[in-house]
Write a protein that binds this ligand. Structure first.
Ligand SMILES: [Zn+2]
Ligand SMILES: [Zn+2]
Length: 246
């Protein structure tokens, strides 16, 4: 116990020392900040929110006047295995920049700011009713995992679980390596992803209300294939939450 306390004290002292030597600064403009902050209010204000009106299913913003709830043309045509995809921010400006730095430049500490943005999504009533049982990350293929050394969706999902108290469950795994999706149209992307995911051993999602987490929603194909896999395994419902949408 004494040793554990001493280690904890040492860690706290180390943190205090680090913040003395490297006081926190705004990630964008370098303005000095209070401990635990990553953005100054002025920079934070520039983060582009997804504003109403937007599609009730995929959260695609609609530019123009519209009253009440609506579903976009592409969601009317398609049936998804997730009931909605919530994204509080647009993948533009500082949101896009911080996600990129977190994913590709190893600014690992930025996960805290991104998780805060992600969790503002829980203000959306679509995610609160029915009450979510588990938070599930989109898995990363082992090859990509070795390259990057972390799964960005898993890191965000773990923090979101801590911040909301909704239990974390790493229910999905990648079974196949999929080639880059960028050259494909929607049907080719779905074909490329088919059966790319499976349920991990000793995991059950049967009857559970799930929140599926990823960093960015682009085409929705990955979320759709994950949701299809989870529903096939008996999940009661799947709702997706990403920091941003493309
Ligand atoms: Zn700033
Ligand atoms: Zn839509």
């Amino acid at each position: 116990m004494l040793i554990r306390n001493a280690i904890a004290l040492g860690k706290a002292a180390g943190k205090a020392l680090a913040s003395l030597l490297y006081p926190p600064r705004c990630e964008i403009c370098a303005l000095p900040l209070a401990a635990g902050e990553y953005l100054c209010p002025k920079c934070e204000e520039t983060a582009p929110r997804v504003e109403k009106p937007f599609c009730q299913v995929c959260s695609q913003p609609f530019h123009g006047l519209i009253e009440g709830e609506f579903t976009c043309e592409s969601c009317k045509e398609r049936k998804y295995h997730f009931s909605c995809a919530v994204a509080p921010y647009l993948s533009q400006g500082i949101v896009r920049e911080l996600i990129h730095r977190f994913k590709y430049r190893n600014d690992f500490h930025l996960r805290h700011q991104l998780a805060r943005w992600l969790c503002t999504g829980f203000e959306d009533t679509r995610l609160m009713d029915p009450k979510p049982d588990l938070i599930v990350p989109v898995p990363l293929h082992p090859v990509r995992y070795r390259e990057r050394e972390f799964n960005q969706a898993e890191e965000l999902a773990r923090l979101a679980s801590k911040m909301t108290g909704i239990p974390f469950c790493n229910a999905l795994e990648r079974l196949r390596y999929t080639t880059s999706q960028t050259r494909f149209d929607r049907e080719e992307r779905m074909e490329n992803l088919r059966n790319a995911f499976g349920i991990r051993k000793n995991t059950s999602v049967r009857g559970k209300q799930l929140i599926l987490i990823d960093d960015v929603l682009t085409t929705g194909s990955t979320l759709e294939e994950c949701a299809r896999t989870l529903r096939a395994a008996g999940a009661g419902s799947v709702r997706a939450l990403t920091v941003a949408r493309g």
